[in-house]
Each structure stands twice: as C-alpha cells, then as structure tokens.
Design a protein around this ligand. Structure first.
Ligand code: GZL
Length: 312
C-alpha cells in the first residue's frame, strides 16, 4: 500500500503503461512458449511496447534483466520467477524506482508488498486434482507411483508435489516410490524416466507416472515406449499444463489425464496494471486462474485443434 501510494503520487495525473519489461524464464516447455506468445499478443493488442528477456532458466539472468529494465525506466515489469527465493534485493530496487512488478505463473517468497500482484493458478490444487484422478482411477488396487518433479525450488515443483500428496494421503494402496526433477523439459522427463524404469524391474513395478508438466510426461512416454511397455495402459500417465501434444498422446491411448493451465497470465496482469496506472486501484495480491481436468473422454483431438495454433 505504501509503495502504491508513493508510486501513484509520483505519477501525479492518471497515466497508462507504455513500456513493460518482461523477464521470462526461458522456453523449457511448450506451455512456456505459449505464455510468451500470448504475452506478446496481449501487449500488441494494448499498444504496449514489450521488452522481452529470455533467461535460459537462470535466475542470475532474470535479476540482470530486471535491473536493466529499472535502468531503462520502464513503466512496469513482469516476472515469471524461475525459483521462489533470492528476489528481495532486486524487487526492492524496482520498488525504490517506483516501478510496479507483476509476477506471472510462479510465486516468490519475498514480502508481497514488493510486487503489485501475481497471476497464476493454485498450484497445490492442480496437484490435488491430479492425485484425485489417480485415486479415482485405481480404486483399491496397489499402485506404485513415480514422480517427475519440476525445476527444483520453483513454486510449481514445491506446490504440485504437496497437492498430489494431499490427495493420495488417505489411499494407502497408492505410494510414491521414486521422485526426481526433470526440470520441466521433455529431455529431462525422458532421461529420468529411463532411470526409473531400470530401477523398477524394467517398469513392471511401476503403476503410474505423475509428471509436474506435460512436457516431462511426453518425454517419459517416449522412454516407456522404447522400453517395450504401453504408456497409458501398463503405466498410467497424469500430468499438468494441457499442451496440444498431450491431447495427441491421449488420442493414441498414451496419456490418461492432464490439468489445464492457461497460458494467458498476461491478460489479467495488463488489466490490473492499467487500473493501477489509471487511478491507483490496488489489485488483489493473487489473481487466480482455474485448473480443469481433461481425460481421453473429453474430445482430445478437438482440444488439440483448439490449442495447436496458440504458440505452444
Ligand atoms: C506453472 C509454470 C510451469 C509450467 C511448466 O505455473 O510455472 O512452468 O507448468 C513451465 O510447463 O515450465
């Protein structure tokens, strides 16, 4: 509130954002690529000059980009923070420069007064939706689960792990037997799944894979096929993002469930920014997007067609 007052007072008359710096994590997944595309489209539709920086998944590159945006005197900064910690000093520098910061799709541990708002899904809930699907799917059957976690220390990796465990807590027939990060990438998912298969009787002892995003699941599906097993049947596959290719996999019987994450975090972010710049309206600290479950019963090819041109 203090920052908002100061920033708004500094603006004096009503203003609108002309230039926004966007510190993007990278392009580790199809979902991330779509988020970038949608952000550029939303900026263009609003006549905003978007300055884009791809950090190749390195926090130091994001911090350097934010400092550069502050030096350029942009009107606002969007950040998709690769991990949850280590942002205090650079966010304080932006606050001192009276430049509002909005977080996209991941959260930070910093004090909420250091950012205007955050737009994202309830990542714990996404994990719960994925876990509940598996509980419903396996019933009382014994089910040994392997887990491909997202980028270590990122809020989605932390929260999606928590949510899934919340959902399976009451099902003592379901057990997570291996868990390792695949860094949200297809190659990471494939490599780690290969090691899981070797460690678990060639896959005979694995009932299901829970992947924190579809890209890791798609890499794992390749590994399962190469091991001579049937993904989606011998090993159930549940993941998150709802990217077009997971729907192709579903239509081939290779994947069983995904939880949707909209790539349009920028629309609500730009809306909140415009209201703030116009008259100091303070947005909610967290603008939540929803998390819908999709399975092969939900017209996967139709969902593929709807998403295939959105920049994934
Ligand atoms: C989640 C987002 C995650 C996506 C992944 O909000 O941060 O990052 O689920 C991406 O595909 O790597």
């Amino acid at each position: 509130a203090l920052m908002a007052g100061v920033a708004f007072a500094a603006l004096g008359t009503a203003a609108s954002a002309q230039t926004v710096g966007f510190s993007q994590i990278g392009s580790e997944s199809g979902w991330r690529a779509a988020e970038t595309t949608v952000t550029q489209q939303e900026a263009e539709a609003r006549g905003i000059d978007l300055r884009f920086s791809d950090a190749q998944q390195r926090q130091e590159n994001q911090i350097a980009a934010i400092r550069s945006f502050v030096a350029q005197g942009v009107d606002a900064i969007f950040v998709a923070p690769v991990v949850a910690t280590g942002w205090d000093s650079v966010l304080e520098e932006a606050a001192e420069a009276e430049i509002p910061v909005i977080l996209l799709d991941r959260m930070v541990d910093s004090d909420p007064s250091l950012y205007l708002t955050a737009v994202g899904s309830d990542l714990v809930h996404e994990g719960e939706v994925a876990g509940q699907w598996l509980v419903d799917e396996v019933g009382g059957e014994e089910c040994r689960v392997v887990e491909l976690q997202g980028t270590t220390g990122s809020s989605p990796a932390i929260d999606r792990a928590t949510g899934f465990r919340n959902a399976i807590e009451g099902a003592d027939n379901i057990e997570i037997v291996r868990s390792q990060t695949g860094d949200f990438t297809r190659s990471g998912g494939k490599e780690v799944m290969e090691s899981f298969l070797q460690a678990e009787g060639g896959g005979a002892d694995i009932c299901a894979l829970y992947a924190h995003n579809d890209d890791m699941a798609l890499g794992a599906i390749q590994a399962i096929n190469e091991a001579g097993l049937n993904p989606g049947e011998d090993i159930l596959i549940v993941s998150i993002d709802a990217v077009p290719d997971i729907f192709l996999a579903m239509s081939e019987g290779d994947a069983n469930a995904t939880v949707e994450l909209t790539p349009n975090m920028a629309g609500p972010a730009f809306d909140a920014l415009e209201a703030y710049m116009a008259d100091g309206t303070m947005p909610e600290k967290f603008i939540q997007t929803d998390s819908q479950l999709y399975t092969p019963e939900d017209d996967p090819m139709g969902e593929y067609e709807r998403r295939k041109d959105l920049g994934y």
